[in-house]
Ligand binder design. Structure first.
Ligand SMILES: Nc1ncnc2c1ncn2[C@@H]1O[C@H](COP(=O)(O)OP(=O)(O)O)[C@@H](O)[C@H]1O
Ligand SMILES: [Mg+2]
Length: 354
């Protein structure tokens, strides 16, 4: 009997629906259930064939547990090794390289550092930061947001250098990006399952969460050409990043879909938030993807980092899966420094870093 486990946070309807759907559609050949784990031993045996991970980004113990279970051949959605390595700024740069429209984006040195990082620790950092050069490139309005964030935490819209400094000065130890704001005509959020199935959802980010107004049903919301391009961009991005489940958000301006957020490996799928149609779509497509995955032969994992980042794909997908993380180690060129950097504490205080 094959076993699928789901690892969840506070969400309720998605876990319930996916468990029910897998149990029903498999006709008794697969058991889907909530994951139950405690202390994990070095030699922990295999418990699950597939785990759907919805929360390990918030619970480090779960992330470590998932990596360990992957060594036994458990297929984790999404890959815990790659999810740990990924960040939004890398994603923007990678997507731009492979032909997706991305707003101009700059990675900023942190405003503050952990206690033992001092001025001496940061001799590689240009100071002051060339704020004028950065805002000349990005323009206003802009969005200041963490390079590895989610749930709109610490995201702010910026209209002037003063506003930028004000928000940056409150960003603490977070590593932030400054991104050109797209004053969009249309906005869509797209589910992508198995790097091939795409659902384009018209979405209004200005409406509150759970208002029932964020996701609106609009037949033919995008023109056929735009629809095709968005669908293609979603697949291009998800293949390159290797995510089996993701959402990709586009702000569309003058016919160009700019991808602004596509590191959502545990995307919102709650009924009350996304609505019945979208909820059922994601449950059905995830069920089909998982049942198909369970039919494939499970290879013994190869204990090399590149193999763990990229578990073997079905034969026809092998070529695209190879593109994933080869340029991850490329250094980000720091913006040139000149003029006065107004924000406080951009350079760490003097103390020992030992
Ligand atoms: N470059 C941008 N142009 C226009 N709106 C943006 C941009 N970046 C972020 N936003 C707005 O802020 C929201 C949250 O930003 P996002 O990048 O999606 O972060 P999170 O991962 O926290 O959801 C988006 O849904 C969008 O409404
Ligand atoms: Mg988002």
């Amino acid at each position: 009997m094959k076993r699928v486990g789901i690892l969840v946070g506070r969400e309720v309807t998605f876990p319930e629906s996916i468990i029910k759907s897998i149990n029903e559609k498999s006709g008794g050949k697969v058991v889907a259930e909530m994951v139950k784990v405690g202390g994990i031993r070095l030699d922990e045996p295999k418990k699950y064939d597939v785990i759907i991970d919805r929360i390990s980004h918030e619970v480090p113990y779960y992330r470590a547990m998932l990596k360990r279970l992957a060594l036994e051949g458990t297929y984790v959605i999404n890959n815990p090794f790659w999810w740990s390595a990924d960040d939004k700024f890398f994603n923007y740069s990678l997507a731009a390289k492979i032909g997706v429209a991305i707003p101009k984006t700059v990675l900023l040195p942190q405003h503050a550092y952990i206690k033992d990082i001092t001025g001496e620790s940061l001799r590689n950092l240009e100071f002051p930061i060339d704020w004028e050069g950065i805002v000349d490139y990005v323009g206003f309005p802009a969005f200041l947001k963490p390079h590895d964030g989610g749930g709109w935490q610490n995201v702010s819209k910026i209209n002037s250098l003063e506003e930028l400094w004000n928000e940056y000065n409150q960003s603490g130890t977070l590593c932030m990006t400054l991104q050109e704001g797209i004053e969009y005509d249309q906005f869509v959020r797209c589910y992508c399952v198995g790097q091939e199935k795409v659902l384009i959802m018209p979405y209004d980010p200005s409406k509150p969460y759970l208002s029932g107004e964020q996701y609106h049903n609009a037949e033919n919301y995008l023109s056929p050409e735009l629809h095709k391009r968005v669908e293609q961009d979603v697949i291009t991005i998800c293949k390159a990043l290797g995510y089996d489940l993701n959402t990709v958000e586009f702000a569309i301006k003058d016919g160009v879909p700019y991808a602004i957020d596509f590191m959502n490996p545990a995307p919102d799928a709650e009924l009350a938030s996304v609505g019945e149609y979208n909820h059922n779509w994601i449950v059905d497509n995830m069920t089909d993807f998982i049942l198909k995955k369970l039919e494939q032969k499970v290879e013994t994992p190869e204990y090399r980092w590149s193999a763990l980042l990229n578990p073997p794909a079905p034969a026809k997908k092998q070529a695209s899966a190879k593109t994933t993380p080869t340029s991850a180690a490329k250094a980000v060129k720091a913006p040139a420094s000149k003029k006065d950097g107004k924000p406080t504490k951009a350079k760490a205080k003097k103390a020992s870093d030992k």
